[in-house]
Design a protein around this ligand. Structure first.
Ligand code: PMP
Length: 405
């Protein structure tokens, strides 16, 4: 089936606006994706038709909301090909998913002197929680470095793993470099030595077909708002063999089985990790975002975005003084760069005045900035709705700014 970009764009009203009287060009989907009307309508419909708190009450509205909420768990299970629906836990976002595992997994499995290997290209969300856990437990975070072209040095992994290593944490796709990491190779090396693997999929699930069983990951985290869904919802996939053993992350309603002052027992999976009222509306609307992606096809979306990536890269290469960060042969929808002599922040501001939204700064990945000894970069990132025409508008604006400097 032909990729119908006009039909796709017609679902995103925000893209048809003008900004400062200029055509709006959104090149910041890696930060957060825009939402299609299908998602916005689902939120509204829920509030109009069948809102109630889920799981607990025995009345029509609550029952209907519960059924819809739990149906999204099934959709997510299918979307990432998890073996069991109880391996899907709803959180607030990738950040909370990482914190959950860093807290509960580490409490169960880490002892003083143990080690966690974290890649050098991580977002702060997938580094700081491990540092906090390590500090609390007297453990150590060990760096898995990447090369200047943005490729992770997997060959170093076997020598970094020792009898103290308990977990490796790595991004599926880097939010700065765009590198797609070879997760199946990493899990193979790790599992041969009995080490668990956590994968941050925040920049992957919206671009790549994710199969948690095929990759054999132990944990996989991602955020709905980067997948054309609402804010405030994240997913944590975890193998049940780990989730069953891990202590609860937070205490509260729903996560318990029986409570008394003497002794409290906990609910079964996944509810053990879902304390309190979840973000009911957003989880249900996230289901509409998954349907929307499935209708177009994640493979088709990935292919379209790859075409945009190659087109934009070739156009950018023609710009004098451009420096790229991240030139892995396996790359997703992100390009980070600087132009010699122009501060990334100034460039971002001027592009904004021309209607073009890009990201500037450290992208919450200070260790990547330290690797290249820079303060920040300009980052453009693509979603399913971007076009080559938009890239042309961006390149023309960039040339204008360069001449101004
Ligand atoms: N990891 C990566 C690779 C990211 O790009 C982001 C978001 N920029 C996060 C984690 C954190 O996601 P969230 O803010 O949705 O929790």
């Amino acid at each position: 089936m032909k990729y119908d970009i006009n039909k796709i764009r017609s679902s995103f009203p925000i893209l048809h606006q003008q900004v400062y009287k200029k055509q709006f060009v959104y090149l910041d989907s890696a930060a957060s994706a825009q939402k299609p009307v299908q998602v916005l309508m689902k939120e509204e419909q829920l509030h109009n038709d069948y809102y109630g708190n889920i799981h607990r009450a025995a009345h029509f509205m609550a029952d209907k909301a519960t059924v819809e909420f739990e149906a999204v768990r099934d959709k997510v299970q299918k979307f990432i090909n998890a073996e069991y629906r109880k391996e899907i836990i709803f959180t607030k976002g990738t950040t909370e998913s990482v914190n959950l595992v860093a807290s509960s997994f580490c409490e169960k499995y880490l002892n003083e002197g143990d080690e966690i290997i974290v890649s050098e290209m991580e977002h702060h969300s997938n580094l700081v929680p491990w540092q906090l856990a390590a500090e609390r437990l007297g453990a150590k975070v060990v760096k898995l470095p990447f090369s200047d072209n943005g490729v992770l040095q997997i060959e170093k992994l076997p020598e970094l793993i020792n009898s103290k290593t308990k977990l490796i944490s790595v991004a599926h796709v880097s939010n700065v470099l765009g590198t797609i990491n070879p997760i199946d190779e990493i899990t193979k090396i790790a599992h041969e030595k009995g080490v668990a693997v956590f994968v941050d999929g925040a920049q992957a699930a919206q671009h790549i077909s994710v199969d948690v069983q095929k990759m054999d990951v132990d944990f996989y985290a991602f955020s709905a708002h980067k997948m054309y869904g609402p804010n405030g919802v994240g997913i944590l996939y975890g193998k049940k063999k780990y989730l069953n053993e891990m202590p609860p992350y937070q205490g509260g309603g729903e996560m318990i089985s029986e409570v008394s002052f003497e002794k409290t027992t906990f609910n079964e999976l996944p509810y053990k990790f879902e304390a309190g009222t979840p973000n009911i509306t957003s989880v249900i609307a996230f289901g509409a975002a998954i349907d929307f992606i499935n209708e177009i096809g994640i493979i088709e979306i990935g292919e379209w975005e790859h075409e945009l990536l190659e087109y934009a890269t070739s156009k950018l290469k023609e710009i004098e003084g451009i420096i790229f960060y991240g030139e892995s042969p396996e790359k997703s929808s992100v390009i980070s760069f600087n132009i010699d002599g122009i501060h990334s922040y100034d460039l971002g501001m001027l592009l904004d005045k021309m209607g073009i939204a890009v990201r500037t700064g450290h992208h919450c990945a200070d260790p990547v900035m330290q690797h290249y000894k820079i303060q920040g970069t300009i980052r453009i990132s693509f979603g399913m709705y971007n076009t080559k025409e938009e890239i042309d508008v961006f390149i023309a604006a960039l040339n204008k700014v360069r001449i101004m400097f």
